[in-house]
Design a protein. Structure first.
Length: 416
């Protein structure tokens, strides 16, 4: 994608304060969302509800692509479910009442009841009952990336704990518990690989299954000011986490003050990025989804990642630039409104992809400030004085270097 800033809609904001954003208690937790609002990534429509503007949407799409690539390695099949689900499915699984007021309930003109799905275990299970399956169909992994809704009593941390959110939810179906556990281990590794590609240092712990049900679950967590969980661990795991290191942390339920001792005693906050469950036959039994060979209920697994939530955590962890998820890999800034600057900028635009060129007739200060907000890994500053000396300036990771115009193309990736 090659964009001229003068032709592209990015509504940068000058004045955004943490106090203007619902659900933030202190500056440290609000900085990431302030950056997103200032940089035109999202726009807050209401408490816990956001519009994803062009740069933010490009980040979501890049993250979704990484998730898809890792799921393809375990032969997971992507489908797309509707946001509305028949309430009767939730009543059948007895989760309709359990979810309580967090679940948005809707009646259509014929007084048929629907829910805006907070998850999709019932719908995925029900759909398989409508299709013939045979003994060679297993294990089967289906996944979906769709918007969900949970009417949080207190939405917090902007997109990290919002009411409407984009979620990747996968579901696996198996003839035996052993087969289900093999897939559970594979999906654990898929999650570890996704977070490692994003440069996020995660840990895991075995957690309570809650109203999801089943007999085993693991959370993936990262240190974060958005976190609401305290954990203890003996040794931080290498990344990606190996299956053998899956239980490297436990919940810290002590009331001790923050310690100055070793790492395992520090009370730091952690945010959940993903959660996987070995559900057993809780849903398949209710919906009569059975093993075609034995007639017994299939074994089932469930695997969720908060995709939009993860963008907020990623912002918090990438302060210099947005790296692998940046909306654009390159940002070009023409420092003067001069034809020589424009001509050289156009050569670079033609050479690379994933580039936005700020060609507007505004002050250099505005261009530089907005380029930093946009978060491209590489900024290219093209000034008339530098060009006359056969040079341009490149900014990477907050550091500026001067490069000869004959070298610039060898430093950039053609078509990248």
């Amino acid at each position: 994608m090659k964009i001229r800033r003068s032709e592209y809609f990015i509504p940068f904001k000058k004045d955004v304060k943490v106090s203007d954003i619902a659900g933030f208690d202190d500056d440290s937790s609000g900085n990431a969302l302030v950056r997103m609002l200032k940089g035109g990534f999202v726009h807050q429509q209401a408490s816990g509800i956001f519009t994803w503007l062009a740069p933010g949407l490009r980040m979501l799409e890049k993250l979704m692509k990484i998730i898809e690539q890792e799921h393809e390695k375990v032969n997971a099949i992507k489908i797309l479910m509707p946001t509305l689900q028949q309430a009767q499915f939730w009543k059948k699984s007895n989760r309709y009442q359990e979810y309580g007021s967090e679940m948005l309930k809707i009646f259509d003109r014929h007084e048929r009841e629907f829910v805006y799905g907070p998850s999709a275990e019932e719908m995925f299970t029900e759909i398989l009952t409508q299709w013939p399956i045979n003994k060679s169909s297993f294990p089967m992994i289906l996944y979906n990336m769709q918007w969900k809704f949970r009417d949080e009593i207190r939405p917090r941390f902007g997109i990290v704990r919002s009411r409407e959110f984009l979620m990747k939810d996968a579901y696996s179906f198996h003839k035996t518990k052993d087969c289900m556990m093999e897939t559970y281990e594979k999906m654990f590794k898929v999650y570890s690989a996704i977070f490692a590609r994003l440069g996020l240092n995660v840990c895991t712990f075995s957690s309570d299954v809650g109203i999801m049900g089943g007999h085993l679950s693991h959370e993936f967590l990262v240190k974060s000011n958005f976190g609401e969980t305290l954990i203890k661990y003996e040794k931080w795991p290498d990344q990606p986490i190996r299956w053998e290191e899956r239980d490297n942390a436990v919940l810290d339920e002590s009331e001790a003050e923050n310690g100055e001792g070793n790492r395992s005693e520090n009370r730091e906050k952690y945010a959940e990025l993903g959660h996987i469950y070995a559900l057993g036959n809780k849903y398949t039994k209710v919906f009569n989804l059975n093993n075609p060979e034995t007639g017994q209920p299939l074994e089932m697994g469930c695997y969720g990642i908060g995709v939009s939530r993860l963008i907020g955590i990623f912002f918090e962890n990438n302060t210099e630039n947005l790296g692998i998820l940046a909306p654009f890999k390159y940002t070009i800034i023409t420092m003067q409104n001069d034809q020589k600057c424009y001509d050289f900028a156009q050569k670079i635009v033609d050479f690379v992809d994933e580039v936005v060129w700020d060609d507007r007739d505004v002050s250099v200060g505005v261009k530089l400030a907005e380029a930093d907000l946009l978060g491209s890994p590489v900024q290219i500053h093209i000034g008339l004085r530098e060009l006359e000396n056969g040079q341009v300036i490149i900014k990477e990771n907050g550091q500026k270097i001067t490069v000869g115009i004959d070298e610039i193309f060898s430093k950039l990736c053609r078509g990248c």
